[in-house]
Write a protein that binds this ligand. Structure first.
Ligand SMILES: [Zn+2]
Length: 235
């Protein structure tokens, strides 16, 4: 299993998958632990500030789940590296924090026929969208057509409640494990959690006939870095 991003969503995902005892984990990230992130990145502590997230996460996972095999990839998930990073992966959990990486993940996984769970959190809202494998409909681009033209708010600028990240990560890990166990009914569904009401809803996404990734006349056949803001992808 591959986890993209060792942040507020990626750390609870990695912990849940590691504790499931049934997988080898590949994790990709190139960031460092920051003090302002500690409220949502539950496996890091004050003494980790300034260290590599991958290093801190790998150490924490080995402490919680000594049996887990962790392959840490210090770098970014980019059009140039996506194919190699996806090699041999059964399920991807996308815990990245920006639309460029999410769209790249969606496209790369559809082309490589790997199912992907997209977990995201912002302010009081958590979402988790599950796609199938093999370009099966609906895909991420059926839900969000393309990158927003204006810079979208992220956790750094708009803030996020720590437990909301935990919900997103928990739901995403649950979806990934269900997929591995053969439950493909969750493909094409989006789970939304509202931290104000405490309500979790799951709805089915409708395929878009003219989707550029999975539609009849799909135009996305390869990973062109210009499609992802000139390759400004981050994990
Ligand atoms: Zn689609």
């Amino acid at each position: 299993m591959l986890v993209i991003g060792a942040g507020g969503v990626g750390t609870p995902v990695a912990l849940a998958l590691a504790l499931s005892g049934s997988c080898r984990l590949r994790i990709v990230d190139d960031d460092e632990v920051e003090l302002s992130n500690l409220h949502r990145q539950i496996l890091f502590q004050d003494s980790d500030v300034g260290r590599s997230k991958l290093e801190a996460l790998t150490r924490a996972l080995r402490s919680h789940a000594p049996q887990v095999e962790v392959e840490a990839i210090d770098g970014r998930f980019l059009p140039e590296t996506a194919g190699e990073i996806l090699r041999g992966v059964a399920v991807v959990v996308d815990g990245s924090d920006n639309f460029a990486t999410r769209f790249l993940t969606a496209d790369a996984c559809a082309l490589a026929e790997v199912p992907v769970v997209h977990g995201a959190a912002l302010r009081w809202q958590a979402t988790c969208f599950v796609t199938g494998a093999g370009g099966r409909r609906p895909c991420y681009r059926c839900l969000f057509e393309d990158l927003p033209e204006e810079p979208a708010p992220d956790c750094g600028t708009a803030g996020v409640l720590g437990p909301v990240c935990g919900v997103s990560g928990g739901v995403a890990a649950d979806a990934a494990l269900r997929w591995l166990a053969g439950d493909t009914r969750i493909a094409g569904t989006v789970a939304s959690f509202d931290g104000h009401s405490g309500r979790l809803r799951r709805t089915r996404v409708q395929p878009r006939a003219n989707c550029s990734l999975c539609g009849e006349g799909a135009t996305i056949r390869e990973l062109d870095r210009r499609r992802y803001g000139g390759g400004r992808c981050d994990a």
